[in-house]
Structures are given as structure tokens and as C-alpha cells.
Design a protein around this ligand. Structure first.
Ligand code: IMP
Ligand code: MG
Length: 183
């Protein structure tokens, strides 16, 4: 159990986990799979802000299909001693998804509660299909059941930053994925 304050933690350095080449190769591979799986169809990419932004902008360029993009954001609130956070989906979808093939784009899935909540909200709009693509996944941390069809890399129980992912809003613009070092 870390005893660092969030301030101390945000000042910590990081070490490289996935470099630009590894990420580019993986994104290309995911784009190819998606292109093949949805051949002949158009899709709607729904990004989860803000962690999706770098991944989504690279991924969409490696998908050779008609693709629209839209975004949702989610905020979690901790209520007193309740174990579970409540997740509010701030629905800013500007694209009707009824009858469309929808691919949720996330930077990282951790407890999977955010993406589960977003699935619940989007399902009500009756898309033709609904799948998830995430660059990073922490399967050992999942607390909600989700089927992740497309995943880039699996990471353990560590905190990662860069390529869109932040620690206290910092590091999103790093072109690689690093892990914060605990020492
Ligand atoms: P959830 O636990 O799957 O609901 O994830 C909630 C959000 O926490 C993710 O979308 C990320 O924004 C953030 N998050 C979880 N793990 C990490 C991490 O290792 N680095 C940066 N952000 C993370
Ligand atoms: Mg964050």
C-alpha cells in the first residue's frame, strides 16, 4: 500500500513501458482487424474522454472504412464510505447511433466500471452492434464484467501515463506509455 500523497506521486518520474514504434505497430494491427471485421460497413467510433484522444486519432487513420467519431465523458463520484463509485455519463454524443455499428474507444480499462456504465447508456440507444477497443487493459483489476473485443496491451496493477493518459492531468502529451515508479 503506497503512503505517498497525490502531490508526491505526481512529482515522481516514470519509466518506459511501450515506445512509439511498439504502439504504432499495435495500433496498425488493431486497425487492420477492425477493418476486416467490419468490411463493407460504416462504423461510429465513440471515444471516452479524455484518455482516448491520442489513441483514437491514430486508430481512426488505420481503419479503412467509413468512420464517424463522437465522444462521451464520464465522471465518478465517491459517496462517503460506499465502496463503489457512482459513475455519471455526461452524454455529449452528437451522432445518432440507433442501428449503427458502434465501437467504444478507450485509452485504458482498469476496474471496467466506466466502460460498463457507458455500455449501459449506449445500449439504450439500440445500436446494431456495440464493441470495445482499448489500447491498454488491466484485466486483473476488473470489477465489472465486460467483453473487450479489441485490446492493445495488457498491463498489471501499475499506474501508467502518456499517449493520452494522465496522472493529475499531466503527461497526456508524452508520445510513449510509461509507468510511474514507486520508490
Ligand atoms: P475504470 O476503473 O475502468 O472505470 O477506469 C476509469 C478511468 O481511470 C480510466 O478511463 C482512466 O482515465 C483512469 N485510469 C485507470 N487506470 C489508469 C492508469 O494506470 N493511468 C491513467 N489513468 C488510469
Ligand atoms: Mg485520469
Amino acid at each position: 500500500m503506497s503512503t505517498l500523497s497525490s502531490r508526491e506521486r505526481s512529482a515522481k518520474p516514470f519509466e518506459l513501458l511501450f515506445d512509439q514504434k511498439q504502439i504504432a505497430r499495435k495500433v496498425e494491427e488493431l486497425g487492420k482487424r477492425i477493418t476486416a471485421d467490419y468490411a463493407g460497413q460504416t462504423i461510429v467510433l465513440v471515444g471516452i474522454l479524455k484518455g482516448c484522444v491520442v489513441f483514437l486519432s491514430d486508430l481512426m487513420r488505420s481503419i479503412e472504412l467509413g468512420a464517424e467519431i463522437s465522444f462521451v465523458s464520464a465522471a465518478s463520484y465517491r459517496h462517503g464510505t460506499r465502496r463503489d463509485d457512482e459513475i455519471d455519463v455526461l452524454d455529449c454524443l452528437d451522432t445518432p447511433i440507433k442501428g449503427r455499428h458502434v465501437l467504444i474507444v478507450d485509452g485504458i480499462v482498469d476496474s471496467a466500471r466506466t466502460v460498463s456504465r457507458i455500455i449501459e447508456v449506449l445500449r439504450k440507444q439500440e445500436p446494431a452492434s456495440l464493441e470495445i477497443v482499448t489500447l491498454l487493459d488491466k484485466p486483473a483489476s476488473h470489477r465489472s464484467k465486460v467483453q473487450i473485443k479489441y485490446r492493445g496491451f495488457v498491463v498489471g496493477n501499475e499506474f501508467v501515463i502518456g499517449y493520452g493518459l494522465d496522472n493529475m492531468q499531466k503527461y497526456r502529451n508524452l508520445p510513449f506509455v510509461g509507468r510511474l515508479i514507486d520508490r
